[in-house]
Design a protein around this ligand. Structure first.
Ligand SMILES: Cc1ncc(COP(=O)(O)O)c(C=O)c1O
Length: 386
């Protein structure tokens, strides 16, 4: 009887996973119970009855629960087109195009508009979807150290040739919780003939007038080529809009492969997003509370001598350094009743493993105090000799 041998590729995968385990970098799906401090449901809309009602109403009105095809085939619907127009008006652009996820939006946008001979300047802290979109293009790449405008300007100055120069940043950085210096970036664009793409994933619904994000207030001239707004975070829905000119929208419909070659989301999802947008516009009290909560927690953590560099948003990284420390702290905080997760490479640079705290408006100041106290207790228990 022939000996059954495990295929080589399985052995390779197993060895890889073992190496991840040894480095304490193995990821597992889990849903720790307790006070939620790691979700992106910044306005707490995910359980809002208005959203459930909007879906139920749409399902009653629509004759189908599936889109049945891509937007360019049978999957288009008035709900999506109206929502795109409404979203464009909301953020102050001519047009917007919806993608089934933020990941798909960034990949589709960057891989289609960047061409051979262009140079893209990407902040080193950018999200994986931005990195991957750039990697799929043939543009030259300059990865500038996080928020280092001096380095960026020098690179812009040195870059000559006919190609376009495009700077890519997040308006609120997903892992460090700080804001991009958008005005300064626009000045650099003016000086060096560049254009800007801004991912507003963590700003939409949270920052700016009525939650319009951070670019809305400064979108003058034509230096901002596109903004990307995910709906799965503060808007408690799914997918993402790319907002910009009508030309950009038409271009993406014709060239963005993650738009063309994928089934559209069902029309009732558009009704959910539409309702989430209305709810978020009037959520000023929640935004104010979230801002106060974040300030309070940062202050408490600083008093307790924890490192939370740069953060000035609802995302507060608690840098612990090694994978081991991040995993240990996360487990101990889970046991203390707080739903936090350890964030390790490749999500963040090696040596900066952390707990990424992301707050939401349903939390209280007492929750923030209790979290800090528990954290201090965990740190104290760590230094007690075994
Ligand atoms: C900055 C940023 N851009 C894009 C995405 C991807 O969005 P989505 O989860 O909708 O794919 C995320 C998060 O997941 C993000 O943090």
């Amino acid at each position: 009887m022939a000996e059954t041998r495990e295929p080589g590729i399985n052995r390779r995968m197993a060895a890889d996973l073992e190496a991840l385990r040894e480095r304490n970098q193995f990821r597992e799906l889990a849903s720790p119970p307790g006070i939620q401090l790691s979700s992106n449901d910044y306005l707490g809309l995910s359980s809002h009855p208005g959203l459930k009602d909007a879906i139920a109403r749409a399902l009653e009105e629509d004759d189908r629960v599936s889109s049945t095809g891509s937007r360019l085939l049978s999957g288009n619907s008035e709900r999506w087109e109206q929502l795109e127009q409404r979203f464009a008006e909301f953020v102050g652009t001519e047009a917007a195009l919806y993608f089934p996820s933020g990941y798909a939006a960034n990949i589709g946008l960057l891989s289609s508009i960047l061409k051979d001979g262009d140079t893209v300047f990407s902040d080193s802290a950018n999200h994986a979807s931005l990195i991957d979109g750039i990697r799929l293009s043939r543009a030259n790449r300059v990865i500038f150290p996080h928020a280092d405008l001096g380095y960026l300007e020098e690179s812009l100055r040195r870059t000559r040739g006919k190609g376009e120069k495009i700077i890519v940043v997040e308006s609120v950085f997903s892992m460090d919780g700080d804001r991009a210096p958008l005005r300064e970036l626009i000045t650099l664009c003016e000086r060096h003939g560049a254009t800007l793409i801004v991912d507003e994933a963590h700003a939409i619904g949270v920052e700016g007038l009525g939650g319009r994000g951070l670019v809305h207030a400064i979108r003058e001239g034509d230096h901002v080529l596109a903004t990307v707004h995910t709906c799965g975070k503060a808007l408690a829905s799914m997918g993402a809009f790319v907002a910009g000119s009508r030309t950009l929208r038409d271009y993406l419909i014709n060239h963005a492969r993650t738009f063309i070659f994928t089934t559209a989301l069902p029309p009732y999802c558009a009704a959910q997003i539409q309702e989430a947008l209305s709810l978020s516009i009037t959520a000023d009290a929640d935004r104010d509370h979230l801002c106060e909560l974040s300030r309070h927690l940062r202050k408490r953590l600083k008093e307790a001598e924890f490192e939370t560099p740069r953060s000035n948003s609802q995302i507060i990284p608690l840098i612990l350094g090694s994978n081991d420390a991040a995993v240990r702290f996360a487990a101990a905080m889970n046991a203390a009743g707080f739903a936090v997760r350890a964030i390790r490479p490749p999500s963040v640079p090696a040596g900066t493993s952390r707990l990424r705290l992301s707050l939401h408006s349903k939390l209280s100041f007492a929750d923030m105090d209790a979290f800090t106290e528990a954290l201090v207790a965990v740190r104290e228990s760590e230094v007690v000799p075994e």
